[in-house]
Design a protein around this ligand. Structure first.
Ligand code: R5P
Length: 300
């Protein structure tokens, strides 16, 4: 087996290659003056299984084109089994036709990656698994539950902690982390305007449970899959801050951190911000390398 690491994604890619102890495919890469990219594999890949670790943010559209170049070329050059590892799956939030005529971008991206040559796609904490169900076992979503639980255990007294889901869709996930740690959890619900995408309001799903937890625990850890503008998390933290004076930790699997998002979180009352390293950012303290390696070993 060989591993090809997208040059825009070296850190996590190299961590995976080190843990798997597989040889890296050396790559020549340059960008022409007009902005077009050039790639050349400096090793024969014919007959080899190849793990292709792909970056997808920032510049997701360019990243998708890069993925097509890599996968298609691996196929052309006779690679055997090709596994595309895309830790942050781009366009995953556009996972259905919310309004008539919309493009279901999440499905189109997956189809494109498969038709370019991938036999499998492996991703982490994809926004919603439903849209990918038709791909069966070829599309594997790894939940970073264990990575979060290990991080929380190593950094906080679990007797102090409770975990919060920012919306109903994240309750099962948060419950899974909480049960590994044996700590309580609760959640919020939000309402969005389908056209503007604006969140109308955040409120606790179970106000009574929420009221008890804010009195008995000292550390609230909010876990969401993505932070983009920071609006969702800041909205929840603002509500939480009204009645909780303990420590608030804002945790995200995919830290896009658009300009202004960090200020929003801090202004709302967050004390700490943490994310995984699926997207390169300065809060990436939780590595998903080991959970990806564990799943790859199972596939192989
Ligand atoms: C939405 O359903 C997602 O799970 C995230 O909560 C959302 O994408 C975060 O985006 P933003 O930071 O812009 O509110």
């Amino acid at each position: 087996m060989l591993i090809l690491v997208d040059p825009y994604y070296d850190a996590l890619g190299f961590e995976i290659s080190r843990d798997l102890r597989v040889e890296l495919v050396p790559l020549e890469h340059k960008v022409f003056p007009d902005g077009e990219s050039y790639f050349r594999f400096l090793r024969d890949v014919a007959g080899e299984d190849v793990l292709c670790v792909l970056s997808s943010y920032p510049n997701q559209d360019k990243a998708i084109l890069r993925a097509i170049f890599f996968l298609r070329t691996l196929r052309d050059l006779g690679a055997k089994k090709i596994i595309a590892v895309i830790p942050y799956f781009p366009y995953a939030r556009q996972d259905k036709r919310f309004l008539p005529g919309e493009c279901v971008s999440a499905r189109v991206v997956a189809e494109t990656i498969f038709s370019a040559g991938a036999d499998y796609i492996i991703t982490v904490d994809v926004h919603s698994e439903k849209v990918f169900e038709n791909f069966g076992k070829r599309f594997l979503n790894i939940k970073a539950v264990k990575a979060w639980a290990n991080y929380i255990k190593a950094n906080y007294r679990t007797d102090d902690v409770f975990i919060i889901a920012p919306d109903k869709g994240r309750i099962d996930y948060v419950e899974a982390v909480a049960s590994l740690l044996d700590v309580p959890f609760t959640g919020f619900e939000k309402r969005r305007d389908l056209v503007s995408g604006e969140i109308k309001k955040h409120q606790p799903i179970n106000p009574e449970k929420f009221g008890t937890l804010v009195k008995s625990r000292k550390v609230a850890i909010l876990l969401d899959d993505i932070i983009s503008t920071g609006g969702t998390a800041a909205g929840v933290i603002k509500e939480l801050r009204k009645i909780f004076d303990g420590k608030i930790v804002a945790g995200f699997t995919h830290g896009l951190f658009l300009p202004g998002s960090i200020e929003k979180l801090l202004k709302a009352g967050a004390d700490e911000i943490v994310s995984t390293n699926t997207v390169r950012n300065s809060f990436a303290k939780v590595s998903v390398a080991s959970i990806i390696v564990e799943e790859i070993r199972k596939i192989l």
